[in-house]
Ligand binder design. Structure first.
Ligand SMILES: Cc1cc2nc3c(=O)[nH]c(=O)nc-3n(C[C@H](O)[C@H](O)[C@H](O)COP(=O)(O)O)c2cc1C
Length: 182
């Protein structure tokens, strides 16, 4: 059994994390831990998804740093899946900013663990002049980016609302491809 550290930010479709990603990984026999950005945590709490994820995984959902001296609440991951990530969290990760628990996990892990990153962004996000450099840095750090027209064609903001399904099957396939190496 491998430990997969799932990290999610407050992007549209994040509420499908349990059914789309965590449940299939648990059913494949993996140990799964979940860490959320603070904003994602408010969404998940509001929807009752935090408790549902804890029931499913058997681990607390993390979103805040532990207090000094407290034990680490999650086992060390063998592989990280950062999905969905917002444009905001992608940018901070590319810059190495760890100003919340989700980014702390990702900034520490991205260069040493297989890391799958799905930027759940729109066309406007990618027109920001810093965006391509962010992607270049994430790739240079070793991240496996789930992106491109075949996986996540870019919409203009609000064109397809917030209901567009996330590419969970592609993300899971990428995890399965990387797992033998861990
Ligand atoms: C309903 C809703 C949907 C959103 N969807 C996205 C999204 O798909 N991608 C994105 O980059 N930001 C999206 N945002 C904006 C982020 O939630 C916002 O930038 C937030 O500060 C991100 O925080 P985080 O990166 O720490 O999770 C959305 C906001 C709302 C209210």
């Amino acid at each position: 059994m491998r430990t997969i550290g799932v990290v999610a930010a407050a992007a549209a479709g994040a509420h499908t994390l349990r059914e789309g990603l965590v449940q299939p990984l648990v059913e494949q026999g993996q140990r799964v831990t979940v860490t959320l950005t603070p904003t994602a945590r408010t969404w998940f709490d509001h929807l009752g998804e935090t408790a549902a994820l804890e029931d499913l995984t058997g681990w607390p959902v993390r979103s805040a740093p532990r207090v000094w001296g407290a034990p680490r609440p999650h086992p060390d991951p063998d592989l990280l899946v950062a999905a969905p990530l917002t444009a905001n969290t992608c940018a901070k990760l590319a810059l190495g900013l760890g100003d919340n628990q989700a980014l702390t996990v990702l900034c520490e892990g991205i260069t040493v663990l297989p890391t799958v990153v799905f930027p759940r962004v729109n066309a406007a996000h990618t027109r920001h002049p810093a965006w391509e450099e962010h992607l270049r840095r994430l790739r240079a750090a070793g991240a496996h980016l789930v992106q491109g027209d075949d996986v996540w064609p870019l919409d203009e903001p609000r064109l397809n609302g917030t209901e567009r399904p996330l590419p969970w099957s592609h993300i899971i396939e990428t995890v399965q491809r990387l797992l033998p190496a861990v």
